[in-house]
Design a protein around this ligand. Structure first.
Ligand code: PLP
Length: 467
């Protein structure tokens, strides 16, 4: 296929779907894929179009997008306002070097984001996506402590089942076992704490006792390693890829309080929870009552139209390394695409829609219905747990409750459920034994009903066949 000449116009118009699949088979390395499948016909369907919460595949099937892409299509597909902003910015100034110039869209988007972050998180650093956002935040912690003359204060406290990205450092701080094999991710400066997983908490512990247990572990770890060696604690407010794990009540405030007491930076990874997923621009303060030192974001910032990420950081942290003492401290971490004007214009347009269409209010209004409808699935024998927050939900498939969660059989059954749902018009994209639903913020009650109906039918059918 070396002579492939698929043009942009033809591909966008979808005239040659079989050629596109053949091109993927011959040349595309897909992420999250086994090398065993290299060169084989991809088992991923080819998408041809999207609109609102709907996707359309090559066969013309209409699909409700349950996970909103990869939890990112906040305002839905095919919003002309974003497409027009992208086109207009590309024709005005398509690129501007962050090394040399300022550009309007990145300045304006930084200001818009600063206006909706908690407390004094008033400065925004732009990157190219979630991994580079978290990577940059972690590197900022290293830089910060070096400037403060605390070269030994670098250990990162992370959590089992956390997910923070696919760069070397962010993969290393990601505690999901499935992402680690065959990479060299062990680092002495990373220390993992337990996942705040209410579903698998030690038997006999109620929510409050479980929270105490997690807090005691954090205190002990700091005691053992020494606060002088710990640079930061990184946490998703709700662990997303790790299984939609909502920590026990009080966990966020107590972990923050401990970090403050020991001068440990608190990085809240809001790549998934930011930009409306929990009904607020950010979940840290509005939902969980904390003002972290750094908040990372990506995905929903542009509703997935173009790649963009970044972090917001507090004035208080910056003040400690600003001015005289920082004369020689050059923050030489940046990207060709830091503050890329087209991406930032898309971010501004997406924020305009979230505001203009009242989508935060809409999520706050519809999320209880979404959670309640998903919870009705708990009566199915194959469903081990249903949990979530805002427009993030998870239906966990557990064939044998006595075995605990996520056996290989559970994962296989979940794949079958996924296939059935697809045939019936719902995208699930399971994560092991979890059917994760995190639809676009524009979803309606009727669409939620359809989602839950298809899940119920599919889980029931797989359950009957597995008996
Ligand atoms: N942080 C969290 C919480 C995520 O869920 C993800 C991706 O799913 C990332 C970071 C990495 O983002 P990206 O895939 O845009 O690099």
């Amino acid at each position: 296929m070396k002579d492939s000449k698929l043009s942009a116009a033809e591909v966008i118009a979808g005239w040659n779907a079989p050629d596109q699949v053949a091109a993927a088979q011959a040349h595309l390395l897909s992420p999250f894929e086994s090398m065993e499948k290299l060169g084989q016909t991809p088992d991923r369907p080819l998408l041809t179009r999207g609109e609102g919460v709907w996707l359309y595949d090559e066969a013309g099937r209409q699909l409700l997008d349950g996970p909103a892409g990869m939890w990112c299509t906040q305002v839905g597909y095919a919003r002309p306002e974003i497409a027009e902003a992208i086109a207009a910015q590309a024709m005005t100034i398509s690129y501007s070097s962050p090394w040399y110039f300022l550009n309007g869209p990145s300045a304006a988007l930084a200001a818009r984001i600063a206006a909706v972050t908690p407390g004094d998180l008033n400065h925004v650093f732009f990157t190219t996506g979630g991994s580079s956002a978290v990577d940059s935040a972690l590197r900022f912690m290293q830089f910060y402590n070096n400037v403060l003359g605390r070269a030994g204060k670098k250990t990162i406290l992370a959590r089992i089942d956390g997910y923070h990205g696919s760069s070397h450092l962010t993969a290393a701080v990601s505690g999901r076992a499935g992402n680690r094999p065959n990479f060299d991710l062990e680092m002495e400066t990373i220390s993992f704490l337990s996942a705040p997983n209410m579903f698998t908490r030690p038997e006999g512990m109620d929510e409050a006792a479980f929270c105490d247990h997690l807090i005691a572990e954090l205190e002990e770890r700091i005691e053992t390693l020494g606060a002088d060696s710990i640079g930061c604690f990184i946490a998703e407010p709700v662990l997303a890829s790790g299984g939609i794990l909502v920590p026990p009540q009080g966990y966020h405030q107590r972990t923050l309080e401990i970090c403050r007491r020991h001068d440990i930076l608190y990085i809240s990874d809001e790549v998934v929870t930011g930009f409306g997923r929990l009904g607020h621009w950010f979940a840290s303060e509005e939902v969980y009552g904390i003002t972290p030192d750094i908040i990372t974001f990506a995905k929903g910032v542009t509703s997935g139209y173009v790649p963009l990420g970044g972090f917001a950081i507090s004035d208080a942290v910056l003040a400690r390394i600003a001015g005289e003492k920082s004369k020689q401290s050059f923050y030489s971490n940046g990207y060709t695409y830091s503050g890329q004007p087209v991406a930032c214009a898309a971010g501004l347009a997406s924020m305009d829609i979230i505001e203009g269409d009242g989508l935060l209010e809409h999520v706050r209004d519809i999320a209880p219905y979404f959670q309640a409808q998903l919870a009705t699935l708990a009566d199915l024998p194959l469903v081990g747990d249903v949990r979530g927050a805002g427009l993030l939900g998870c239906v966990e498939i557990v064939a044998d409750r006595a075995k605990g969660v996520s056996t290989d059989l559970d994962a296989k059954l979940t794949l079958r459920i996924d296939r059935l749902c697809y045939d019936k018009g719902l995208i699930v994209r399971p994560i092991r034994s979890m059917c994760v639903m995190s639809p676009a913020l524009v979803i309606t009650r009727e669409q939620i009903d359809l989602m839950v109906r298809i899940l119920r039918e599919s889980i029931t059918e797989v359950g009957i066949a597995a008996r």
